[in-house]
Ligand binder design. Structure first.
Ligand SMILES: [Zn+2]
Length: 208
């Protein structure tokens, strides 16, 4: 009985969609975390960090997002903060009954990225990522099997770096957090710096 109740609660969470919200069509999929709607709004997915153009796995992540939302009717749901520094909307996005933010993490095409105060689904997102990573879904198939000795993270951007990354070294000490393992950083909702890629196998060209 308890188990059944839990499943019902989980399903209603995944299928939850505010009925009063306006719907628009997704007509441009910019990246794995950003979509442009037919009314001109650009919506960045809360809780998902996907590679930007020019970074490793950009196209894989964009295509995964495209499969979920392209040309579909989109419903948005907001959290505490509605806009980012670029003026893009920050939202949870539903394509039909699919909770897109959650689905991308479940399929391993973005990293769970919890930035307060927008953390309504933090626990769900981190648990979906854990499962995707364990099953090596999506980009997790390329995870580096070896941890560095430690990682340097930025409290402000909530991204973590390899210890030799020049962007990490440029951070002042009061802005740093040290993680001993990737597990620790990921379980706290930190994403990686896509330039030094601490989660994935080293690139041919080292970041200097
Ligand atoms: Zn870095």
């Amino acid at each position: 009985m308890k188990h059944k109740l839990f499943i019902c609660a989980l399903l209603s969470l995944l299928l939850y969609k505010p009925l009063w919200a306006e719907q628009f069509v997704a007509n441009k999929v910019v990246s794995g975390e950003l979509v442009k709607l037919s009314n001109g709004d650009k919506v960045r997915y809360i809780g998902v960090d996907a590679p930007a153009d020019g970074s490793i796995f950009f196209e894989e992540s964009r295509q995964a997002n495209k499969k979920l939302v392209d040309r579909k009717l989109i419903t948005k749901e907001y959290d505490v903060r509605h806009k980012d520094g670029n003026g893009d909307l920050l939202g949870y996005v539903y394509a039909g009954d699919v909770f897109v933010n959650a689905q991308l993490l479940k399929n391993g095409f973005g990293i769970a990225y919890i930035v307060p105060p927008n953390q309504k689904y933090a626990d769900l997102f981190i648990s979906l990522q854990k499962e995707a990573r364990k099953k090596r879904r999506g980009i997790w198939a390329f995870e580096d099997p070896n941890d560095e000795a430690y990682y340097i993270a930025s409290k402000g951007s909530r991204k973590f770096h390899r210890p030799n990354c020049r962007f990490a070294r440029a951070l002042s000490f009061d802005k740093r957090v040290i993680f001993r393992t990737r597990d620790e950083a990921l379980s706290k909702g930190y994403s990686q710096d896509w330039r030094c890629n601490p989660l994935f196998k080293r690139q041919e060209k080292e970041i200097k």
